[in-house]
Design a protein around this ligand. Structure first.
Ligand SMILES: Nc1nc2c(c(=O)[nH]1)N[C@H]1C(S)=C(S)[C@@H](COP(=O)(O)OP(=O)(O)OC[C@H]3O[C@@H](n4cnc5c(=O)[nH]c(N)nc54)[C@H](O)[C@@H]3O)O[C@H]1N2
Ligand SMILES: Nc1nc2c(c(=O)[nH]1)N[C@H]1C(S)=C(S)[C@@H](COP(=O)(O)OP(=O)(O)OC[C@H]3O[C@@H](n4cnc5c(=O)[nH]c(N)nc54)[C@H](O)[C@@H]3O)O[C@H]1N2
Ligand code: SF4
Ligand SMILES: [Mo]
Length: 734
């Protein structure tokens, strides 16, 4: 028997590394995936998740048709028309009766991994005019958005470490050997770290666990969780105190340098050493090494964000890059320029003068129940449940959940679970699975598997360590009865905005006209756009208006991508602050520093919990692929031998973990990879709720670490949930 097989390129959507894959396809089934050696960026790299693309794509538990809840309360398969008719009948009526805030929107992580998720949610929010927007950002990187907003005037201006050229990398609370990198798109992150070591560069890792990344480092500092902002403040203090700070040519762009030293007074290495459980000498040595390195980059991720001082830590990371002169210089931390970014301002003659921008505002409104300030137009997802279950005017009555599973990913899933079950008049999920969250929806709209979708990384190209651009069309034609996710989103926009029944292309046409007007480009441009559908025409427009003047046609002629060169200095184009300068000590940051100073006096909790990720995982939704689970990818409580002995915990025995939100029980894994005083439980588990359809995941459910949290603990400036470094108690399970 000979099988007719073919290959097709597909950018991997399963993490931020955006590797190019070569899929092997038989008929309409993906039978294999390997790294695309010709990919201009990933050059053949692949990880076990990418290699399992076929299994994930063909998961029999993926929903094939929309589900609609019948009068009997049960979900049953329905036609697309039926599904959207119902949405159009319910959502506008609720808005009309109770105001726009009665409809809440939840945007989950995979939206940054699909074209639909980048192109349509802004239009959906515009149509709804709701302030009840919650996204995965407040479980993740919102502290970085806030610090960038305050420093640079643009919440999306996030500098990335120049991995391939730096001489010195300081990694804080990131484990790219498992995560493959985040807010730093770099296919083969492990290889790039090894190359750094090979060229004589230095790697320092700050992490309470001896991770695979830490094992690669010259220096691993097993800090006490939650104390990074203190350590970073002491590093900055040392640079200023020892006159090692030298911003170089950056100086002309800086505002507030004079006030910084005073603001950081008191954060000496000696003062923070006990709280961090790091010697003062080590802190001083790290500061001196940073200053002495020809180039250096400081980079932090989850462990520096989802903690009590997440925004301060995020800010201090860039302060260090600035004080050492490494911001915006090759080998330091640079701002990528993606092919769909807004084109830089034309350069005038002579040196660039500061151009005032609109700046970044925080707290323009607040959440109804707890009064949490908005950040970047969002409210903390940790406050979603109370916005549904607390009676009163402005209560959320309908929820649109796009690619999110907050019952597992946000604090206190039990409360949210109950709120979704009993507190809503109407709920929609756009999700391929019937899982812990989508099981509550009245309408579930399933996107097709990734092989049937086109892919472009609108978000991640803006965080990539090299400027490049790639686009892959669907590798397999859309199966009969399926709807492209872009069309699902476009129809959702129409259904909620009283335009139900209009062609989905109307949404794209409106977006195109608005983008052309916004860019001041000639109206006729709309007629010149190419592309097979709305999303492609919009991509074509963004490429044409973008900084490289590309077109969709050119991109299609380069199926393995177009390299656009190494990152280049461009700070002057990036700045959007009111002063037109980098605002080194923004007022909200200065106002939060006393809280950090008070933390110096806190008595550390005897036991705190941190998370962890496994290479073969992805948040809450990849436990349904057999090839990716099992082995070391299990939901165990890692605990240091000293703590285990003290607490009477035996290896493999069930341990009970308790905190403010409740308790869970997980098997103990005794290991000195976690430092004493720290236990680690991964997130995304807890697949034991009834009414889901994830047969593999529910067979080994694990427990939901976020049930330990009650949702009250937030980084105040960003509304980000504290998911790491919170106090727990551990006892042998009865
Ligand atoms: N304790 C703890 N909690 C955490 C974290 C942690 O480190 N510790 N990490 C946090 C982080 S960083 C994040 S980003 C959040 C993530 O939080 P979420 O975004 O809520 O969680 P995910 O597990 O990524 O779930 C995404 C949902 O999208 C669905 N999905 C998958 N592919 C697609 C697709 O192509 N289209 C659509 N429409 N849906 C799709 C999945 O089935 C799933 O229901 O979790 C956070 N929660
Ligand atoms: N395989 C896999 N890859 C993924 C994901 C996944 O679930 N699985 N999720 C994706 C997503 S949504 C994201 S946001 C990224 C996250 O990417 P990373 O941030 O690189 O991933 P984590 O593994 O969460 O790394 C956080 C590290 O911080 C440490 N840590 C915890 N608390 C502290 C602290 O207080 N201080 C310090 N210094 N360190 C601390 C933890 O021990 C952990 O090693 O990964 C992405 N990639
Ligand atoms: S590293 Fe990320 S993008 Fe690359 S193959 Fe693995 S999951 Fe896909
Ligand atoms: Mo994330």
């Amino acid at each position: 028997m000979s099988h007719v097989s073919r290959t097709a390129p597909r950018i991997c959507p399963l993490c931020e590394a955006t590797c190019g894959l070569t899929l092997t396809i038989e008929g309409t089934t993906v039978t294999g995936a390997r790294g695309d050696r010709d990919d201009v960026f990933s050059r053949g790299f692949i990880c076990p998740k990418g290699a399992s693309f076929g299994a994930l794509d063909a998961d029999p538990d993926r929903l094939r048709a929309p589900l609609v809840r019948g009068d009997d309360g049960e979900l049953r398969e329905a036609s697309w028309d039926e599904a959207f008719d119902l949405i159009a009948a319910r959502v506008p009526a609720l808005t009309k009766a109770h105001g726009p805030n009665a409809v809440g929107v939840v945007l989950g992580n995979p939206n940054v991994h699909t074209m639909a998720g980048s192109l349509y949610p802004p239009l959906l929010l515009k149509a709804l005019r709701t302030r009840n927007l919650f996204t995965a950002s407040t479980l993740d990187q919102m502290p970085k958005h806030v610090s960038s907003g305050l420093l640079f005037g643009d919440a999306h201006a996030i500098p990335v470490p120049d991995l391939d050229r730096t001489d010195h990398l300081l990694l804080i609370g990131a484990n790219p050997l498992e995560s493959n990198g985040s807010l730093c798109t770099a296919p083969d992150f492990p290889g790039r770290l090894k190359a750094l070591r090979r060229r004589g560069g230095a790697l320092t890792v700050i992490d309470p666990r001896r991770t695979r990344t830490a094992r690669l480092a010259d220096r691993h500092i097993a800090i006490r969780p939650g104390a990074d902002a203190l350590l970073l403040a002491a590093l900055a203090h040392t640079l200023l105190d020892e006159k090692l700070a030298d911003p170089g040519p950056l100086a002309e762009h800086l505002d507030g340098m004079d006030r910084l030293a005073a603001a950081l007074a008191g954060f000496t290495p000696d003062a923070v050493a006990a709280a961090c459980d790091v010697d003062a000498d080590t802190i001083t040595a790290v500061a001196r090494e940073l200053a002495a390195a020809p180039t250096a980059a400081v980079y932090g991720r989850i462990g520096s964000c989802t903690v009590e001082h997440g925004t301060l830590a995020s800010w201090l990371i860039d302060v260090l890059n600035i004080l050492t002169g490494n911001l915006d210089r090759p080998g330091g931390a640079l701002f990528p320029l993606s092919a769909t970014a807004r084109a830089p301002r034309p350069a005038g003659p002579g040196p660039r003068a500061a151009v005032p921008g609109k700046g970044f505002a925080l707290g323009r409104w607040a959440s109804r129940v707890s009064g949490h300030p908005e950040a970047k137009g969002e409210l903390p997802v940790a406050a979603l449940a109370e916005e549904i279950d607390t009676p009163g005017d402005g209560r959320i009555r309908a929820l649109l959940v796009l690619a999110a599973n907050p019952v597992l990913s946000a604090p206190d899933g039990d409360r949210l679970d109950a709120a979704l079950a009993g507190g809503l008049d109407f709920m929609v999920s756009v999700d391929p699975y019937l899982n812990e969250t989508s099981r509550h929806a009245d309408v579930v709209l399933p996107p097709p598997p990734p092989s049937q979708s086109a892919h472009f990384d609108f978000a991640f190209n803006g965080f990539a360590v090299r400027n490049q651009v790639r686009y892959t069309r669907a590798a397999v034609p859309l199966e009969e009865g399926r709807m492209d996710e872009s069309e699902i989103h476009a129809r959702l926009v129409l259904a909620v905005s009283g335009m139900h029944g209009a062609p989905p292309s109307a949404v794209d046409d409106l977006a195109i006209d608005a983008a052309i007007a916004g860019a001041g480009a000639p109206k006729e441009l709309a007629g010149r756009l190419t592309g097979a559908d709305g999303p492609e025409r919009r991509l074509d427009l963004m490429l044409r208006l973008g900084p490289y003047g590309l077109t969709l046609e050119r991109l299609l002629a380069h199926p393995h991508g177009i390299d656009l060169g190494p990152l280049e200095p461009r700070l002057a184009d990036v700045l959007r602050t009111r002063s037109g300068r980098v605002e080194l000590l923004p007022e909200p940051i200065a106002a939060d520093l006393p809280r950090l100073r008070r933390a110096l006096g806190d008595r550390p909790a005897p036991l705190v919990l941190v998370g962890r990720r496994h290479l073969r995982s992805n948040n809450s939704w990849m436990h349904n692929v057999g090839a990716l689970t099992g082995g070391s990818n299990v939901c165990t409580l890692q605990i240091h031998p000293d703590d285990a002995a003290r607490l009477g915990i035996e290896d493999g025995a069930l341990a009970r973990i308790e905190s403010s939100g409740g308790g869970v029980e997980a098997p103990a894994e005794i290991t000195d990879a976690v430092r004493p005083g720290v236990v680690s439980l991964p997130h995304g588990w807890g697949h034991d709720r009834p009414g889901t359809r994830m047969s593999v995941a529910s067979a080994s459910p694990g427990v939901n670490v976020n049930q330990l949290l009650d949702g009250a603990l937030l980084d105040p400036l960003s509304g980000t949930a504290v998911l790491n470094a919170f106090a727990v108690s551990v006892t042998p399970a009865p």
